[in-house]
Design a protein around this ligand. Structure first.
Ligand SMILES: [Zn+2]
Length: 196
């Protein structure tokens, strides 16, 4: 009995994410992707994929990438692109020829120029991000340590001079304060150097 082949085998959809390199063919995942992050804000990274597809530089957009949610392109299809709106601070932008931008309807090339100008210089991690705030705190830790060390030395100097003249009277508070300060400095050092 001859092996039956399908008369018209549909080509397996070959998809790739230009951003994180997730790649799939039919049901097989060729590259899991997901790790590579765009070097521009996601709004512009999404736009660049849509623009590449709409201007014919790549295959059509097939949908959002399962690994990074940015648009995924077909490598072996000429079907029309799947389009969805990109949320911008100004409002939604729907890629296309023409593109429906928050400020009105723009030809594709003009929309590309606007998006590149608008988001090309936007830092990927803005100062308002939690990461930025954390970095600022980490920068403050050495400054705080310096202040602690200087205060401790001044205190020692002061108490040493005082102890010389007052003898036993200052002895107990001196030891208590030294113990407290040392505990504080050790704790600060531990906080500053532990794994983050
Ligand atoms: Zn991706």
């Amino acid at each position: 009995m001859p092996i039956e082949f399908s008369a018209d085998p549909a080509p397996l959809a070959h998809l790739r994410c230009p951003t994180c390199f997730y790649e799939t063919q039919g049901d097989r995942v060729l590259q899991t992707g997901g790790a590579r992050k765009p070097n521009v804000v996601p709004e512009l990274a999404s736009w660049r994929v849509f623009y590449g597809a709409l201007s014919g530089q790549t295959g059509p957009v097939a949908g959002p990438c399962p690994a990074c949610q940015l648009p995924l392109v077909h490598l072996n299809s000429h079907a029309p692109s799947q389009i969805w709106a990109i949320a911008l601070p100004e409002g939604e932008l729907t890629p296309g020829s023409p593109t429906i931008a928050p400020q009105g309807v723009l030809p594709l090339e003009q929309a590309n120029l606007w998006m590149e100008t608008r988001f090309g210089d936007t830092p990927v991690y803005g100062r308002s991000s939690p990461l930025g705030a954390l970095w600022f705190i980490y920068l403050l830790v050495p400054a705080f340590l310096w202040v602690c060390a200087a205060t401790f030395l001044l205190f020692l100097l002061f108490v040493a001079i005082g102890a010389h003249f007052l003898g036993d009277v200052i002895d107990f508070p001196f030891r208590a304060m030294v113990a407290l300060t040392l505990t504080g400095v050790v704790f600060t050092l531990f906080q500053a150097t532990r794994r983050r």
